[in-house]
Write a protein that binds this ligand. Sequence first.
Ligand code: NAD
Length: 292
Amino acid sequence: DKGNVGFIGIGTMGREMVRNLLVAGHAVRVFDLNEAALADSVKEGATRAKSPADAAQSADIVISMLPDTPHVEANIYGEHGLLKSPPPGKLIVDMSTISPVAVRRIHADLQKAGVSFIDAPVSGGPVGAKNAALSIMAGGDAAAFAQAEPFFRAMGTTITHVGASGAGQTVKLCNQLICGINIQAICEALALGRASGVDLNLLRRVLLGGSAASWMLDKLGPSMIAGEDGAGFRIDLMLKDLRLVQEHAQALNVPLPGTALVTSQYVDARAHGEGSNGNQALFRVYDRMTNQ
Ligand code: NAD
């Protein structure tokens, strides 16, 4: 017996996740501010909702996949939000990457209303979302996690309860810090290889066979080398994540000099109009620095 899902935020990631929930046999009511996104999901078998409260109607679980903390807060605390109109299943899961502090506040406010809240950010990009192969890192109460797990299984392959409320976001921020610095390292290697006259596609292939191999080099390397923009994971969203990483680290007095350095390069990319482009556009910061 499959469940009823309310799903809020059907952008780059959400639309793929909704498709996989439908494929797994769940009924999905979708809400997004973007009409075109809604129309696409409805075509694939989802039902259109008019608000978060409407998406929660008869739902066992409501899942959100929104850009940033304020969007998730609006979804919870807004006039037609989930705090006033929780799903009958009393379970809300946010899979966006947002502030762990905000997550714990939402968790506490919903708990008072008898509703469980799980933070369950993901890694794996749009391709991982499309292939139902996301890594899902969840924070919150064990019983609520167990309730959400069958739905996670429709969207991901590595599903881990990492701790109490907010812990999912903390693990995701660690993930993002590595991704950002790794993309920067790849940019530097490509800039050096290019200046030396090495074939960059060959360079990438060799590196993937050795100890410098990484997801970023594999997935983003080709578009970096070709100078292609393609959205995927936007520069703006990575800047949001690097800001969250630094806020979190400052509150705990953990210095992150590498994160600070790469953040300044992402700021540079956005200042040059790259905010809506994919993370591979960080390479153009190196184009400018090397006058390419
Ligand atoms: P996106 O911008 O493509 O999608 C977000 C969707 O939310 C859009 O369709 C937008 O219209 C909708 N939206 C915004 N505000 C809303 C509101 N108040 N109510 C309803 N809908 C609203 O973003 P994305 O790339 O799908 O990323 C979503 C989240 O997942 C972000 O937190 C991001 O950091 C994280 N994430 C993204 C990737 C990736 O590779 N794109 C990977 C892992 C995690």
